[in-house]
Design a protein around this ligand. Sequence first.
Ligand code: SF4
Length: 233
Amino acid sequence: MPRRHTTSSVSSIPPETAATFRRRLHRWYRRHSRDLPWRRTRDPYRILISELMLQQTQVSRVLDFYARFLDRFPDLPTLASAKPHRVLEAWEGLGYYARARNLHKLAREVTEERAGVIPSDPVQLRALPGIGAYTAGAVASFAYEKRAALVDTNVARVLHRVFAPDVAPKSGAGLKRLWQIAEQLLPRTGKSTWLHNQAIMELGALVCTARAPRCGACPVRADCASRERFVEE
Ligand code: SF4
């Protein structure tokens, strides 16, 4: 039987449970993760572009846009000095144009007020245009290898199903609980945190999907409180 993580235990995941979860997840990630261009870099500018493009947009769709956008605006100063309509033009087809406008504002602000350096601290990142809690954690972790938690839709789904099936993941309180769990699961070092965060997101994208989770192929099924809810066809 999978272990049930009750409401009272959710606020504190036992260290041995967290360690087992990480070990299984990380081993799976090393074998099954996709080779994506933003995983081959630690350049904060490139990470930021990928994270903003990936919000509400499928990876397969982002791949082309990401490469073309970077051909046109290879670095922050080039983007900061571009005309607004050129930035929107390069974003055309991706939708959610507020992302492009905010990105352009951010490039100008960082160039003018931060000597062109994208901050590594999630709190400072959140003060920039268009940067929410998830993106701040992603840039800190994926670009700077900081020990920072992050919760996006995929991560929320995995953590909810494995550790907290009794919370409403879209409610404020539920989301807060999922952030607490994400923090409790973090490895000790920033370098391992890079892999850990990528791995939870990848599990949510490839195995623990919204409509048809593949529990039979899931590396963390032994500890998952929801695995019996889903019957594979
Ligand atoms: S066992 Fe199933 S529900 Fe649980 S994390 Fe894995 S895929 Fe998701």
